[in-house]
Design a protein around this ligand. Sequence first.
Ligand code: DQA
Length: 145
Amino acid sequence: MSKTIYILNGPNLNLLGKRQPEIYGHDTLADVEANCAKVGQENGLSVTLMQSNHEGEIVEMIHAARDNAAGIIINPAAYSHTSVAILDALNTFEGPVLEVHISNIHKREEFRHHSFVSARAEGVIAGCGVNGYALAMRHMGTLLS
Ligand code: DQA
């Protein structure tokens, strides 16, 4: 039976593909999901992709992952830089956590340079565009094999 990976996405990522394409590209979250499912198949992993604009909902998705997922890939978006609640929730999860940012947050405004979530993540991928999600899926395959 394949292991399930939760791919969680924070605020404004529902607009991926339409939102500031010069920074985030033209692919949509549906494209990300299809690509990650393909990589998952090659690694015996299935994916459940979710997005929310609400911090508490993301906390609840992480709680659900405790019973339903072997690993979490998370792009907390703007909550990366503000949310101790998401960090605390991730600290209740026992499997591997990989953090993804589509843009290179270290090349952008200073307020984006710090992520609370990085203190919990096994690895962080930033600046590889939406391909970062597929890279994280591949690495998740290694971590869980
Ligand atoms: C982001 C970077 C964040 O600073 C920003 O708030 C986002 C997206 C990224 O994927 O590059 O919404 O996490």
